[in-house]
Design a protein around this ligand. Structure first.
Ligand SMILES: C[S@@+](CC[C@H](N)C(=O)[O-])C[C@H]1O[C@@H](n2cnc3c(N)ncnc32)[C@H](O)[C@@H]1O
Length: 257
């Protein structure tokens, strides 16, 4: 089973686990993989001398695992200019804050909470990466998105769901009418969204050779299941993984009616 083109190694393995065993096993695998790379929380990394040292979690170290998605969010901002984003299951992927004026990051992981509590570190990691004259507003909510969240209903015009489980099922009430959902198929979220009649596909994201693109061309060629009989939201939820499509994208941008 081949992972989609353009995935960094850690996410290719993550995608493979999701596809094989569902997203809960994949979350556990991801924890181990990121920890081993020294990119996770107060984990330990081994130096070339064999000494073990504590590694401080940061977006910089996490980027070494997942790459920099700032150009992706620059594309979304250029095309749609969203003002307020909710990123559920963000861990410390700070990239949306480089392009979107206000971003609420949300994760259940206490190490993500610890990172975002260090506002000086967050500010320094954004320095020089944000459009001139833009002062990014960054909030963090520690919580489980399957429970009610302390954020305003319909308070966001972009909901981000990347490799973090069934966000659309649990967070759609926070998206304003006409707002956008950016989701991938990793845990079935984009596949569930594709079956929601209130959502329209308005863009596809591709990531090839380090270049991010957001396109609205030939959208009717996407989200066509290879096995139409599996295109059932409850089956996808139970399976915890997305459908295979005749033409793939890295992620999909939907608009809520
Ligand atoms: C594989 S990581 C992906 C992080 C980031 N979205 C990315 O693409 O690099 C999944 C993250 O989702 C978080 N997560 C999973 N289920 C969650 C839930 N129900 N509520 C809050 N966070 C959750 C995990 O704690 C973890 O940080």
């Amino acid at each position: 089973m081949l992972a989609p083109a353009g995935l960094p190694d850690s996410h290719a393995r993550w995608w493979y686990m999701s596809a094989r065993s569902g997203w809960i096993s994949a979350v556990m695998y991801w924890y181990k993989a990121v920890t081993a790379q020294g990119g996770y929380g107060s984990s330990m990394a081994t130096s070339s001398q064999g000494n073990r040292r504590a590694v401080k979690v940061s977006w910089a170290t996490y980027r070494e695992s997942i790459g920099d998605r700032s150009p992706l969010f620059a594309e979304v901002a250029r095309a749609w200019a969203p003002k307020r984003a909710l990123y559920a299951g963000s861990y410390v992927d700070l990239s949306p804050a480089t392009a979107i004026p206000a971003v609420t990051f949300l994760d259940m992981d206490r190490r993500a909470a610890k990172y975002f509590a260090e506002s000086d570190l967050v500010a320094s990691e954004l320095e020089g990466r944000v459009a001139p004259k833009q002062t990014p507003e960054v909030d963090f909510v520690q919580g489980v998105y399957t429970a009610p969240l302390d954020v305003p209903e319909q308070g966001f015009d972009l909901l981000i769901s990347l490799y973090a489980g069934p966000v659309w099922d649990h967070c759609q009430q926070y998206l304003v009418s006409g707002g956008l959902l950016l989701a991938n198929t990793s845990h079935g979220d984009a596949s569930i969204a594709a079956l929601d009649p209130r959502l329209t596909l308005v863009g596809v994201v591709q990531h090839r050779d380090g270049v991010w693109t957001l396109s609205d061309s030939a959208l009717d060629e996407y989200l066509i299941p290879k096995k139409p009989a599996l295109a059932d939201a409850d089956l996808i939820r139970a399976d915890g993984r997305g459908l295979s499509y005749t033409k793939r994208a890295w992620a999909y941008l939907f608009q809520l009616e």
